[in-house]
Design a protein around this ligand. Structure first.
Ligand code: NAI
Length: 290
């Protein structure tokens, strides 16, 4: 018995790195997998190369799994719709979506041009929105039929990043996209609860073609995509239960979570309740203390 027996899982950006590891594990756990990848280089150039997704599908089917390739870009509405249609045409339904596709165009803030900003936001943030919306429409339509007590839910796993949660030098576009995915995850988790759709996010750190030239990964082989995928499996399986709106972070053997903290703050005791700028300066420590 696999944890995902009978489920149909769509994994975007599954031709390489972390997405590929998710696809291998999900198929091993019994899911029928749609391996989506537009191909191309780390910065999104030369997209349209179908070999990455096709190679992973070959790997999965040779191991006895069920898989189909999608070469659609997540960054356009047409691509997102075609991806969901591919899942339904091939496997008849959708149950799990992992939004994992990504590109990198790093530059320090003052040197970052509009094209670098637009392309990174388009793949990560807009791509997560577009594919999720097409997925949710299909999940609601297919699951609203039949006995309400037997209605199935669905599960979405988004991919954010430490950079989005904490900020990182040279990644204004990427950090903004990943922080946006955090806000999107929170809002989707609230709105989709009534449809029994859980929406959580992963914040991975792993050595892939995206990160292998970072000094922290030189000579390090203990932070692999295979360390990340069990966390995606947990969030995509019924082991996750009703948990929704969480960010699970994985870095090698370390598993932790990101949370937003709201401090208790301080009330102004005068009737007007209006703080002056000077009073904010004078009370700073009390206001921000957690
Ligand atoms: P990767 O470069 O190995 O894989 C990303 C895949 O997404 C590639 O195969 C690429 O072709 C595909 N892709 C790019 N644009 C696409 C589009 N428009 N439509 C469909 N597919 C597209 O990178 P990696 O490291 O596996 O990253 C996976 C996810 O994890 C990304 O969202 C990344 O931002 C995130 N992440 C990775 C970290 C790491 O340490 N490797 C750290 C934090 C986040």
């Amino acid at each position: 018995m696999g944890l995902l027996d009978g489920k149909v899982a769509i994994i975007t950006g599954a031709g390489n790195g972390i997405g590929r590891a998710h696809a291998l594990l999900f198929a091993k756990e019994g899911a029928s997998v749609v391996v989506n990848d537009v191909g191309g280089a780390r910065d999104g150039s030369a997209a349209g190369d179908t070999s990455a997704a096709d190679a992973v599908v070959r790997e999965l089917t040779q191991a006895g799994g069920k898989a189909v390739a999608s070469h659609d870009s997540v960054a356009t509405a047409e691509g997102a719709d075609a991806l969901i249609k591919k899942a339904v045409d091939t496997f008849g339904r959708v149950d799990i979506l992992v939004n994992n596709a990504g590109i990198l165009r790093d530059k320090s803030f003052t040197k970052m041009d509009e094209a670098m900003w637009d392309s990174v936001i388009a793949v990560h943030l807009k791509g997560t929105f577009l594919v999720s919306q097409a997925f949710v429409k299909q999940a609601i339509a297919q699951n609203s039929a039949g006995d309400p007590n037997e209605r199935k839910g669905a599960r979405i796993v988004n991919t954010t990043s430490v950079s989005g949660m904490m900020g990182n030098f040279g990644q204004a576009n990427y950090a903004a996209a990943k922080a946006g995915i955090y806000g999107l995850t929170r809002t989707m988790s609230i709105e989709l609860q009534k449809h029994r759709i859980t929406v959580n996010a992963l914040a991975p750190i792993a050595k892939t073609r995206m990160t292998e030239d970072l000094p922290m990964f030189h000579g390090v082989d203990t932070m692999t995509p295979e360390h990340i995928s069990p966390a995606a499996l947990f969030l995509a399986s019924d082991l996750c239960g009703d948990r929704t709106g969480h960010v699970l972070a994985v870095a090698g053997a370390r598993l932790y979570a990101f949370k937003i903290i709201e401090t208790p703050g301080k009330f102004k005791d005068e009737a007007s309740g209006v703080w002056t700028a000077q009073e904010i300066a004078d009370n700073w420590d009390a206001i921000v203390k957690s």
